[in-house]
Structures are given as C-alpha cells and as structure tokens.
Ligand binder design. Sequence first.
Ligand code: IMP
Length: 195
Amino acid sequence: MKLIIASNNAHKIREIKQILGSRFEEILSLKEAGIDHETVEDGTTFLENARKKATEIAEIAGCCALADDSGICAHALNNEPGVYSARYSGKGDEANNLLLMENLRDKADRSAHYACAMVLAYPDGSVISAEGEMHGEVILTPRGENGFGYDPIFFLPEYGKTSAEISPEEKNRISHRAKALNALVAKLDEGKKEN
Ligand code: IMP
C-alpha cells in the first residue's frame, strides 16, 4: 500500500521514512503526490488535528496518509499554548518565544512538555493513532542554534542543554515526534486499527 505523509518538510519526511522502513510500498510527500491541500486545524487537541489532516488526505488520495500535530504545553499556564503553539503570538517563532518567556517570567514553575499526536489514516476511514511527549523547562534566555520553534528556550535538565543545543540526531531519538511515531509503528505491527 502507498503512504502519503501530510507534510512537505523534507527533514520530517526523511525521519518518518527511516522509522517506517519497508512497511509501505511507496512513501511520498504531499508535493510528490501532487496534492495541494491545506487542512483547517480547528481541533482543540493534537489528536483531533492530526486525525483531521490524515483522514482528509487519505480520502483525497485514496491511499494511506500519515499526519502529525505538535506543540509546547507550559504547566503553569494551563498547558498553553498547546495546539496554538505555531500561532501563539501571530508573529512567528521569535515572537512566540518572547511571549512564552514573558508569560512565565513571574512563575515559579516553568516546567513544560512538547506533545505530538501521530495518526495513520486508511482510505476506508479507519485510523491508528499514537502520542508522545518530551519533558523539560522553559528558560528565560534563549540558547542554541539547532532545531526550530521553541527549541532555544526548551531546557532538558538531564542533558544540561536546550533542545536547540543537542544534536539533531540526539533530538530525533528522544523527541515527542519520535516517541509518537515509534508507538504508532508498534501498533501498526500489531495490526491495532481504530474506527
Ligand atoms: P506543527 O505540528 O508542525 O503544526 O508544529 C506546531 C508548532 O509547535 C511549531 O510551529 C512549533 O512552534 C511547536 N513545536 C512543535 N514541535 C516542536 C519542536 O520539536 N521544537 C520546537 N517547537 C516545536
């Protein structure tokens, strides 16, 4: 069966292809599949958004589709920005980081986690879904050049580094996305479909 990854992010696609191995005959990005479709991400959970993206693409393409949705959840802020992580400030990554630091400045608890929901949808509407988390704390001085988004302010105590300071290979091993994808692959191998 063919699989379309609901993303055009080359890095994400390479990582997903590596983990999925030979479980699918062909793995294509949206662009490679010739699909130009933007899902309206109006869900209130990562799972809802990922499921919506995956099922829409599976229906359009008539084959399997894999989608993820992710974000950062700050515990002292009721898990905000959560599903609104990409559009928190409305002004891009740097402004998002400034806003999160500002909102946590006077909080004693700056613990947070990244969350990722990953959904594999079949053309018949059934799905396999899984979630993963990576825990850390928000710091008020950005550090590091790797990664993207909130990585320069997301500190991993067990590494003594932010997720923008660890190597991309290291991050791919421990990230919320890797955990969600590995959990999904385990369910796929067990044939655990949901409706
Ligand atoms: P999406 O899942 O690609 O829609 O990403 C949602 C947003 O969450 C991104 O734009 C980032 O702001 C944030 N985010 C998700 N995963 C990460 C990560 O691994 N590092 C930094 N920011 C992330």
